[in-house]
Design a protein around this ligand. Sequence first.
Ligand SMILES: Nc1ncnc2c1ncn2[C@@H]1O[C@H](COP(=O)(O)OP(=O)(O)OP(=O)(O)O)[C@@H](O)[C@H]1O
Ligand SMILES: O=P(O)(O)OC[C@H]1O[C@](O)(CO)[C@@H](O)[C@@H]1O
Ligand SMILES: [Mg+2]
Length: 535
Amino acid sequence: MAAAVKTSGGFCNTQQQWLHSTRDLFLHGSTRSNAKECKSKKTKKPTSLCVKATSAKVELDFNDPSWKQKFQEDWDNRFNLPRITDIYDLKPRPTTFSLKKQRTPTGDEDSTPMDMWNGYVNNDDRALMKVIKYSSPTSAGAECIDPDCSWVEQWVHRAGPRKDIYYEPNEVKAAIVTCGGLCPGLNDVIRQVVFTLETYGVKNIVGIPFGFRGFFEKGLKEMPLSRNLVENINLAGGSFLGVSRGGPKTSEIVDSIQARRIDMLFVLGGNGTHAGANAIHDECRKRKLKVSVVAVPKTIDNDIPLMDKTFGFDTAVEEAQRAINSAYIEARSAYHGIGLVKLMGRSSGFIAMHASLSSGQVDVCLIPEVSFALDGEYGVLQHLEQLIKNKGFCVVCVAEAAGQFTFCFQELLQNSGATDASGNAILSDIGVHMQQKIKTHFKGIGVHADIKYIDPTYMVRACRANASDAILCTVLGQNAVHGAFAGFSGITSCICNTHYVYLPVTQVITAPKRVNHKGRMWHRCLTSTGQPDFR
Ligand SMILES: Nc1ncnc2c1ncn2[C@@H]1O[C@H](COP(=O)(O)OP(=O)(O)OP(=O)(O)O)[C@@H](O)[C@H]1O
Ligand SMILES: O=P(O)(O)OC[C@H]1O[C@](O)(CO)[C@@H](O)[C@@H]1O
Ligand SMILES: [Mg+2]
């Protein structure tokens, strides 16, 4: 049987545009490069969310006894980490990274590594990407490779310090850049990258101001960084270096990297930034530059595939549930109160779903992955009417992309086709739209309704990282530096299945991760809200 596989956990009956399972990433590689449905309806131009799949697609014949081996070989090829030694003939040297430092009689630290220390990661160490073996494709949220769900094994490379390194620390110039929108934890990562570089013995560390623009804009000077300078930056939100969207062409960035003699570039950002980091890595390879480009996945949206979560997401959820709490208090205290909260998430509903779950105060959660009608017998407005009648008040949480970007469904709101400096589509305001619709509906039926609309927008991301994000940032930042010294480039430092790993950037820029509407988490959210199907 060829691999025209049944789709479990997809978003529409026709060919799925937004694929989210590992099985899909493997089997449907070529469907993703069909950008037809990703085109903006108005401009007919592909949106920047449609990044072409770079992974090879292997047709699997499940009657072939060696299909598992073929699958695994393709997997290993795709998840193999690119190294600077792929293009450069280099000899490694023993690492200078050691936590068991010997002390000289003067009390100064000597960075000579102790041979006996067993704290290094072997290049062949791996972590399992998936740990559930579904017995059937019909199991909730099943992600299966073959029709019988018989195969699970998928390994990725473990992150951490290696015994051998490919750079002389005292000759290294390392640069850090933070791109895209703000995200809690950016400063924590910057700080840990600097600390770890210094632990290796790097003296020349700089920050590139205001994202990729800092490579280009005249008047933006790189900032020398040191442990002393970044010691306390994690106590505040934002980015110590500044962020931006848009910016120069890849070739101009690499010209600048060459001119500045940068050996290691740490790129902190979301899916757009990762696409940029990959392009920089490719261009450096083309020019045969010995530069390690290492990304750290940042985005409150949590929409980068294959990883458990991106840093900043937990904090954003925590802040978002404060807004929900306020909406709940307002709604509960008003006669026929309706609390409405709109939460960020450019193309996915993770923040809305998790904040709804964590607050436990939401009656209706609306996300872009699940279509819904506002009007009609089974629409949201009819349900709100019932809630007001039965309970006296209610709370609605809507993701900013809800009713938009659904591709497979009827969209509620049309976008203007306008894009931001990075090429991301600018969304219509679903919150304001819903507020108006609710008002009109209740007026129309002659029932009093007191709507309190809260749009916390930038408040969920302009804050300092919470404890769990701070730990994640610490580990990811340190591992990014270990990855660069180990000679990897074009990788991202992330967490998969609770383990810290490196993934090739090519594997995480195929398409944004979206909530699996057939997955257990969304079903838990529905159990919590008690909302019906709005179609
Ligand atoms: N496909 C691409 N190729 C090269 N560079 C890109 C690409 N997409 C985006 N970039 C660059 O990456 C940077 C950040 O992109 P973007 O504004 O989309 O934010 P992001 O990294 O996705 O983060 P956020 O989650 O905040 O949106 C921008 O400077 C943009 O020019
Ligand atoms: O207004 P800005 O800074 O361009 O960013 C808004 C977008 O950035 C994010 O915070 C992260 O991608 C989205 O949730 C949101 O749509
Ligand atoms: Mg993005």
